[in-house]
Design a protein around this ligand. Structure first.
Ligand code: CA
Length: 234
């Protein structure tokens, strides 16, 4: 793993603690940014892609628990390490309930924090490689669990729709003819009398494109279909 490419966000309102963590992480080769309250933390987490978030529980404007909940609704995988000053059982439970992956009780030594950060980053990388997933922009399909998610929203699919989307995603940015699709997805040779492919492409569009932008499934007139990020068509 190339550490220079790992971005961390620290949401911590105590300037001394924040700069202590930031400095330590930077010295360890990470890129670290600080938000000094929960509202700014929320904006930063939304605007950028971080590899891990270190989140204090007691924060102005929006507390760490709320923020953790909010981040989890959009991103299931992002590792979140909570910092708590109190260290009571309740605090830990609330944090885990909100979706935190680990917690650390203040005051702590930097090497403790670093160990947690490393372990969370490693766990996340392993989880990624253990699952077979196809992704394109904000669309993600898990070939092991049959889950399809776009923009953080779960999308229910029939088996054929799933197979069609899998084929389109595996061949993203390539025009696929109706003949290709019929053979690979339906296991039939193309019959010009049937519009089954167009029907299923429309089913799929309703599910993964209708409420989202940009549209991903595009018609290549006279040829077939292509999955790409393109201008929206009606
Ligand atoms: Ca605090």
């Amino acid at each position: 793993m190339n550490q220079t490419e790992i971005n961390l966000l620290i949401v911590e309102d105590e300037p001394k603690v924040a700069s202590f963590i930031k400095r330590g992480l930077e010295e360890s080769g990470y890129i670290a940014e600080v938000a000094f309250d929960g509202a700014i933390g929320s904006k930063m987490a939304e605007a950028r892609t971080y590899d891990l978030i270190i989140l204090d529980v007691n924060l102005p404007y929006k507390n760490g628990i709320e923020l953790c909940n909010e981040i989890r609704q959009k991103n299931q995988k992002l590792p979140i390490l909570m910092l708590t000053a109190l260290g009571t059982t309740e605090d830990k439970l609330v944090g885990f309930d909100a979706g935190a992956d680990d917690y650390l009780v203040k005051p702590f030594e930097f090497r403790e924090l670093l160990a947690r950060v490393r372990s969370l980053l490693k766990r996340n990388t392993q989880a990624e490689t253990n699952q077979r997933k196809l992704t394109f922009l904000d669309l993600e399909m898990n070939l092991d669990t049959y889950e399809v998610v776009r923009g953080g929203k779960n999308i229910e699919m029939t088996q054929k729709e799933f197979a069609l989307l899998e084929y389109l995603l595996k061949n993203k940015n390539r025009v696929l003819t109706r003949v290709d699709i019929a053979e690979k997805v339906w296991d039939i040779s193309f019959d010009t009398g049937t519009n089954v492919i167009d029907v299923y492409v429309n089913f799929l569009r309703k599910k993964i494109d209708k409420d989202f932008s940009p549209k991903l499934i595009h018609t290549q007139t006279g040829i077939g279909y292509i999955l790409k990020a393109g201008k929206d068509e009606s």
